[in-house]
Design a protein around this ligand. Structure first.
Ligand SMILES: N[C@@H](CCC(=O)N[C@@H](CS)C(=O)NCC(=O)O)C(=O)O
Length: 217
């Protein structure tokens, strides 16, 4: 059975769980407690050596023990293997890839970093760093907000891994990031609501293992 290394707070892990569930593939979590992650479990040399040299989750472990990392690669691999959620023609597949790159570089990445600082970091966020990250988040969110005007999905007219990837961090409670999408990004908020009804969707804190942690700052 496929094994997914990750933890509940990890939106990148959630992206993969969303797809596995949508595909109806059997999988089991390899839990890591948030406390262990925060204490540096993925940066441990032995963990890097045995699981992922990049020091990151998610990691999808195949039946033969091969470990695949980077959510975008995992999503693409599974979508290709199953012929689902990867785009219905060559143009859509390229569009999906384009949005996966954008997500990894500018959308999930800055937002996840900011949420981590605001909710889980040991020290309160530095105001200058917070201002920088929020300006980067806003510009990435406005790109997606505009793109979603008049569209139901990120690519084409059905659910793809681009939707799963870009939305990966948006289902966590608003107090973890301070972003209330309805107030400034109504198209993103409406798309998020549609995704809650999509096949495979579930609340990250219910479908991934691990304890909830109250936001700190
Ligand atoms: N681009 C990577 C990002 C993975 C990532 O940043 N994962 C976080 C947890 S959600 C992590 O393990 N961070 C460890 C670190 O940055 O030291 C992906 O999409 O898989």
């Amino acid at each position: 059975m496929l094994k997914l290394h990750g933890f509940a707070q990890s939106g990148n892990t959630f992206k993969v769980a969303f797809l596995l569930r949508a595909l109806g593939v059997a999988w089991q979590p390899v839990p890591m407690s948030f406390a262990d992650f925060a204490a540096g479990a993925t940066r441990d040399p032995a963990w890097r050596e045995g699981v992922n040299e990049m020091g990151e989750v998610p990691v999808l472990e195949l039946d033969n023990g091969v470990k695949i990392t980077q959510s975008g690669v995992i999503l693409t691999m599974l979508a290709e293997q199953h012929g689902r959620f990867g785009g219905t023609n060559a143009d859509e597949k390229r569009e999906v890839l384009r949005w996966l790159f954008f997500d990894n570089h500018k959308f999930s990445s800055y937002f996840a970093t900011w949420r981590f600082m605001k909710s889980f970091a040991a020290k309160a966020p530095d105001p200058a760093v917070a201002a920088f990250l929020k300006s980067r988040i806003d510009s990435a969110f406005f790109v997606v907000e505009k793109h979603l005007a008049g569209r139901q999905h990120i690519v084409g007219d059905s659910l793809t891994i681009a939707d799963m990837s870009l939305s990966g961090y948006l289902f966590y409670p608003a107090d973890e990031s301070g972003y209330v999408l309805e107030e400034r990004f109504p198209n993103i908020a409406a798309w998020r609501e549609r995704l809650r009804a999509a096949p495979g969707w579930g609340d990250p804190y219910e479908i991934l293992p691990g304890e909830r942690v109250a936001p700190k700052w």
